[in-house]
Design a binder for this molecule. Structure first.
Ligand SMILES: Nc1ncnc2c1ncn2[C@@H]1O[C@H](COP(=O)(O)OP(=O)(O)OP(=O)(O)O)[C@@H](O)[C@H]1O
Ligand SMILES: [Mg+2]
Length: 152
């Protein structure tokens, strides 16, 4: 059963979602995998901007729809930003996604990651719901962990 660690957090602007991403970044450790699910424009990339900022990585976060994977930061510690929007389930493993999951010195965040979540043993899941022009509901849960707790 997924363990929910928040009952939905509401943000009312892109800036608030960036702040939430910054706060969330403090709970991450190397090898973490984060699956981000939600409609187009839900705020997934915006949230990742906050995570990158919170991790003190100096990089411009852009939607990786065409490149599929973007790396922010250096080999000692980086964030892989993956976007599976354009890929079909059976194409995803052809891009060698395994190399980006649980990489030793990285955190991996996957937009449209629900397409492969059945193949990921443990991950943090974040679901973005578009409520209104600028309002988003953001739900966090943990999947596949025995003892992990996260508090936001
Ligand atoms: N509360 C909010 N949180 C996040 N983004 C917001 C919010 N209110 C408005 N926005 C706007 O919504 C858009 C969110 O776009 P973003 O690229 O982050 O979404 P996405 O979920 O990554 O979409 P896609 O599936 O296309 O990659 C941005 O233009 C942002 O300015
Ligand atoms: Mg995006």
């Amino acid at each position: 059963m997924p363990h929910k660690f928040s009952n939905g957090i509401y943000t009312r602007s892109a800036e608030e979602t960036i702040s939430l991403g910054m706060k969330f970044s403090g709970t991450l450790t190397k090898k973490d995998v984060v699956v981000l699910e939600g409609a187009l424009g839900g705020g997934k990339t915006t949230f990742i901007k906050g995570v990158v900022k919170g991790l003190n990585i100096k990089a411009k976060v852009l939607s990786p729809s065409f490149t599929l994977v973007r790396q922010y930061g250096k080999a000692e510690f980086c964030l892989y930003h993956i976007d599976l929007y354009r890929l079909k389930e059976d194409e995803i493993f052809n891009i060698g996604i395994e190399d980006f999951l649980y990489a030793k010195d990285a955190v991996t965040m996957i937009e449209w990651g629900e397409k492969i979540e059945d193949c990921i043993p443990s991950y943090i899941k974040i679901v973005f719901s578009l409520l209104d022009n600028n309002v988003r509901k953001i739900d966090f849960s943990l999947k596949g962990y025995k003892n992990r707790k996260i508090k936001l």
